[in-house]
Design a binder for this molecule. Sequence first.
Ligand code: PEP
Ligand code: MG
Length: 773
Amino acid sequence: MGAAAGRMDGAGGDRNGFGGGSRRMLRRLRDAMARAATPRERLDEIVRIVAADMAAEVCSIYVRRSDRTLELCATEGLAPEAVGRTRLRVGEGLVGDIAATARPLALSDAQSHPKFAYRPETGEEIYQSLMGAPVLRSDRLLGVIAVQNRTRRQYSDEDIETLETFAMALAEPLGAGGLVEDSGGEAARRARPAPIDGLSLVPGLAIGRAFPHRRPVAPSRVVAEDPDAERERLEAAVRALNRRLDRLVDGAALPRAGEHAEVLDAYRMFARDRGWLDRMREAVGRGLTAEAAARRALDDARARIGRVSDPYLRERLADFEALADELTGLLAAGDGGNAAGDAAAARPEPPEDAVLVARALGPADLLAYDRERLRAVVLEEGSAAAHVSIVARALGIPTVGRASGVLSEVEPGDPMVVDGDNGRVFPRPGEEALAQFRRSLEARRAERALFAADRDKPCAMRDGARISLRLNAGLLADLPQLAATGAEGIGLYRTEIPFMVRPEIPDVEAQTDLYRRIVEGAGGRPVVFRALDAGGDKRLDALPVGAEDNPAMGWRSLRILLDRPALLRRQVRALIRASAGRELRLMFPMVSDVAEFDRARRAVEREMERAREAGSGLPSALRLGAMVEIPALLWQMDALLRRADFVSVGSNDLLQFVFAADRGSELVARRYDPLSAPFLRALRTIAAACARAGAPVSVCGEMAGRPLEALALAGLGYRSLSMAAASIGPVKRALMAADGGETAAFLEGLLASGEERPREALAAFARDRGIPA
Ligand code: PEP
Ligand code: MG
């Protein structure tokens, strides 16, 4: 009931959300701001108006401070003493979550949400529902506006839109500094911020100057004066958009083949998507301007997928946002068509050493910049499978994702260091640190030259123990790394990565073609394919799995393949065809018990039989392996090794399950150490069982790519390690400097002695022997 009252008087009940109600409400807000004498009074007026308008008992404004906290600056309904006292970190509590994700949130039962952070001084325990929206200016977070209700209120889409409209109206004055006395002031904001930990998306170290990717501002004109003319503007801008994308994609200095090409083609298709175009045409038909229609279509998409916290779906939204931005930019550039192709010219030119900073980017956004000027990319969102990451990888631009708060931290031109190898960003590092990074950049260059000198040498420890170093890959764009690093083959080819960039599961022909290109690209080096590892942290558009409380432990990976035999059959058939005349190595992820492995093996053998009967070319040999990443397999090793031709330890998942620590959770992902006694013992059990059975064993999780961890693995008896390309050089150098027998004896002693800090002890061992680990 409250919601309806708020709507009537507020944003207007129409789906346009920018109707007369909205305008009235915004006018009231403006008048109130003009009346108030001090910034504080202005904020107090705003929260009063919004609370009344939205029929909420509480309205509060939190302003982002320089130390990445949010401070309660005004409230209607919460205890007035809390103003200026209540602070939340970005990411903390529901308000912090809205700030971190820059997305609105509406919860009828806010208090039972796991992120709810109770602040007793506010007296908020009596309010059950909460809805909040970020206040953003050019993607930069300025604060959060939130309303709360005593009863369990189901906020509607229109309620959310209304609050977002208020948030939009707040952005201008808040950004201009007209609303709050900033306790820290500019000086505090300019202070040297702490490094930001994110996710490594494309490796490499870069030093440059911040260049925030500007998104067009929200349209100021929403209601069209002449709908026919508006329709024409929209159509002209859409044509211009298509021309522009064609020019960007076709003109890009990128190899023709590879997933990036598919990503860009899919993006081009997306721009021609009828659903999207129809939604915009409809909105123009209802009287909106073309800009407002583009915004409306985007809001619809956000409403459909944007409010879920699933990072994968949010990545899909990034494509949509980028397209809407592009279209808005074209419309702003002129008559929406003729001058529009040159919206790019209207963009400010990045400096020659630009670090592009954005919340999210579409894959074509990168191509719109001069590659020569881009040193690195830093995103607040992003994942390895995001379209923009795939294109950045193909372009070789060091990229860090999930750098939360970076947009608010940097001003254009600020010096920045981006460490794509370790997923860290250093905004305004200071002269001394900058000089240090420059030296480090030089050192890495020199180091790379050193690695290149070792590239063609086999990796042998000082006593001759041979360790085979292989590459983890998932894209065709990774193949050139084989020659560049001297890797002996591909130890893990993640077949789900190419699936992730497609809207549907590729058919047998398409898969055959892809796998054949990989096998051929490997030029005779062995390739270990991993059967589709979907689900958990690897979401596929083409294979939606329902929501589960614990997706990492849910219906995923081999479990899906066994329940969807046609999916497995198609993949195996394609792998058999692609490997005709060559050895086929295939391993199954997330094996929980040997019976699952048996079923998978039977499915492969049936496909081999079929191929034989059909007289089509067969692989010269077939080797089937199991990934050890579920602890239950540790107690089935002997039985497993009677069935499997080889095993590979997926230490990322094994670590997550051994310690029950979600690898995707910021709070716990780095909490447990693979170089701890329990994990080393688990690894020793696996290695020992394989040695008894004479079965080849490797490790293909991330630990294999870290020199000290690789040394420990060699000491435990592992003779094959598979890792990211950037790790091969450093790991090889460390292993070649160590003695295999001595390292094995040291590890044995370490585990027998009950040493509580194996990492420190191993690091000291390496240091004493001059091993660069
Ligand atoms: C692992 O779990 O260690 C592994 C190599 O597989 P992924 O990281 O793809 O799950
Ligand atoms: Mg895994």
